[in-house]
Design a protein around this ligand. Structure first.
Ligand SMILES: *Cc1c(COP(=O)(O)O)cnc(C)c1O
Length: 395
């Protein structure tokens, strides 16, 4: 058999395997900007699956900031940050992030995925041990793999298990606990207080990923660490600018030394072209808006509470959601898919999350609310969920 035949067989087998299990996915096209209502495959639907929690992805002020940056700095950045790609907009964004988060310094990355891959694999290596929540984001898992450090995954948010693991791990050079602050599929929050206490007791570094907490929690939208007053006890504060900030890219905030280390050592920072400056300019504007306009955050959390309360009263299982990410546990993956399809027929876009993204028999709808959903939008959603949920015998 030729190489090409072998490779074709592999592709066919893999794709057919996915299709047989009803897990083959395709891309759907959105026309026009991201918002509470979007045009999906040519038809307007209510959008309940975006991470654009505050509606900033199409905010006129972000667009204006990007336009001004294009006019002053052009489009592309031309090189990596350490060569000649470090432009004024990158610099200003990092100064703002450090001030906003109250850290000595900050550095940005081209994406959250690249940030986690690079930060974790540059800071840790053979002889180190990393304790990681079992539900951490894929980019954290991949970063740990790449680091070649010993990896211990503790059951989700289970502090007793984490402590047992910490007790039984002597002989390593360095230890770290890494966790999402808000979990992307369950919408619950990490027990950060307990994690910080254990880290102090067992002399571990702490790294958190605030992807779903920036702009959502904290007195000025800084994230969950600030919400709990723990920011000074967390060594590595990573987050993304692609969710509530409505832009693109990621950051790490911390001490001057840490940031200088990352700039010198992170391969996904060094060997990649800097973000286009307009993206950094839009991110900066987003942080300024998040900092000043608390009303959006309040509306977002009120919308989330409203939806959750209604669904719980009906008898749906929204797991431990404490954020605008609301899972609705269906368990069976075929039923989750059918629920999502029936909602789409009614003009409501909510994604069904199935294995391998979540464990077997925990298939769910993953509903995310936005600050820009109106009460009518939410009531329409809830009315349809009640009707379809009843027909599918989900409560
Ligand atoms: C989305 C996400 C990332 C990846 O960020 P991108 O900027 O989209 O690459 C990393 N961590 C968590 C927890 C996320 O939810």
């Amino acid at each position: 058999m030729t190489q090409r035949h072998r490779s074709n067989n592999f592709l066919t087998e893999t794709l057919e395997g996915l299709e047989d299990k009803n897990l083959l996915r395709g891309l759907r096209q959105v026309d026009g900007p991201q918002a509470a209502r979007i045009k999906l495959n040519g038809r307007e639907v209510l959008n309940f699956c975006s991470n654009n929690y505050l509606g900033l992805a199409n905010d006129s002020r972000l667009k204006q900031a990007a336009i001004e940056a294009i006019e002053q700095e052009g489009f592309g950045s031309g090189a990596s940050r350490l060569v000649c790609g470090n432009m004024r907009s990158h610099q200003r964004l990092e100064e703002k992030l450090a001030q906003f988060k109250g850290t000595e310094s900050a550095v940005t990355f081209s994406a959250g995925y690249m940030a986690n891959l690079g930060i974790i694999s540059s800071l840790f290596g053979r002889g180190d041990i990393i304790f990681s929540d079992r539900l951490n984001h894929a980019s954290i898992i991949d970063g740990i793999l790449l680091s070649q450090a010993e990896s211990k995954r503790y059951p989700h948010a289970d502090m007793d298990s984490l402590e047992v693991m910490l007790k039984n791990s002597s002989g390593f050079k360095r230890k770290a606990i890494i966790t999402d602050s808000v979990f992307s599929m369950d919408g619950d929050c990490a027990p950060l207080r307990a994690i910080v206490a254990l880290a102090q007791k067992y002399e571990c570094l702490v790294m958190i990923d605030e992807a779903h907490a920036l702009g959502v929690f904290g007195p000025r939208g800084e994230g969950l660490a600030h919400h709990l007053g723990l920011q000074d006890k967390i060594d590595i504060q990573m987050g993304t600018l692609s969710k509530a900030a409505g832009s693109f890219g990621a950051y790490c905030c911390g001490s001057k030394q840490l940031i200088s280390f990352l700039v010198n050592k992170v391969r996904s920072f060094i060997y990649t072209t800097a973000l286009p400056p307009l993206v950094a300019a839009a991110s900066l504007r987003a942080i300024e808006i998040i900092e000043k306009e608390e009303n959006w955050r309040k509306t977002l959390l009120a919308n989330a509470d409203y939806v959750k309360k209604y669904l719980k009263d009906l008898g749906f299982d929204t797991m431990n959601s404490a954020s605008p990410i609301i899972p609705i546990l269906v368990k069976d993956s075929q039923t989750a898919l059918e629920f999502s399809q029936r909602l789409l027929e009614e003009g409501i876009f909510v994604s069904a999350i199935r294995p391998p993204t979540v464990p077997v028999n925990t298939s769910r709808l993953r509903l995310t609310v936005m600050a820009t959903h109106t009460r009518e939008d939410l009531d329409y959603l809830l009315g349809r969920m009640k009707k379809i949920g009843k027909e599918l015998c989900l409560f």
